[in-house]
Design a protein around this ligand. Sequence first.
Ligand code: DC
Length: 277
Amino acid sequence: MFASPMKIINIDDCRVNDLLGLVISFGGNSPYGCACRSLRYRSFSHTIPCMIITIDGPAGSGKSTTARKLAARLDIAYLDTGAMYRGVAYEVLRQNVDTGDPEALLEVARGVDISLDCGPMKTTVRIAGQDVSDAIRSMKVSKATSAIASIQPIRDLLVSRQKNIGVELGSFVTEGRDQGSVVFPDADVKFVLDATPDRRARRRLEDLRVAGQEAQLDEVLAHFKYRDSIDEHQWEPLLKPGAAIRVDTTDMTLDEVVDELERQVRVRSAKSQPTLK
Ligand code: DC
């Protein structure tokens, strides 16, 4: 049962614009626990068979923008799992919960009512109906998120939600740290994006400036180094030969990265099944 009736639309009806209405929500007072409860569209592409594509790697490697653009090109959904961790951290800060109290943090994670728009244009994130899409990207929330994402019971909860969301989404591009290794180990195509720390920090600084937030290069660089030390074990299994396709984006433009990923997906989809036309 879903709070809003789930609409599984005909494959010929599903366009990128339809995906703008692809909203998932979970937590809060939902009687459905961690299940998605307001998915309105299941996403299928016209040009590739049903596929799960994972993109993992460190902060600032270009994962989010690449994943969203790739999803738009393939006409499928985009799942921003970092936004889920950020949403929990935002709520922890809003409720002034002690970040040293794992039980209390888990309670917040269980109860927070988050909805994500999985359309490929922008991840609109709402908590209890309020748009927090920009607020969850602040440095303050980023720092709290790293601490919260290292608490295993919170990871278990969000991983379980991500798996459920995946079942509902159909074809999608998902992006995070552990998507190809832990959450969707059977994904059809797995990528790891990377770039030098300096390049990554400059990109994030630019994103923050565009969002009207002040930060210094040294501060972002130090924060990334701290986060890498916590996060990197999550995508390490994907660096083994044959586990994922590694793309170093240091000297690539965004379009070049998206072109390369799209090319790799289409090569693999052509090998796996006949395309849906
Ligand atoms: O991708 P991002 O910068 O929005 O991620 C925010 C934080 O959440 C970052 O500290 C890493 C963490 N994260 C995680 O541990 N696992 C994921 N699947 C996604 C994000």
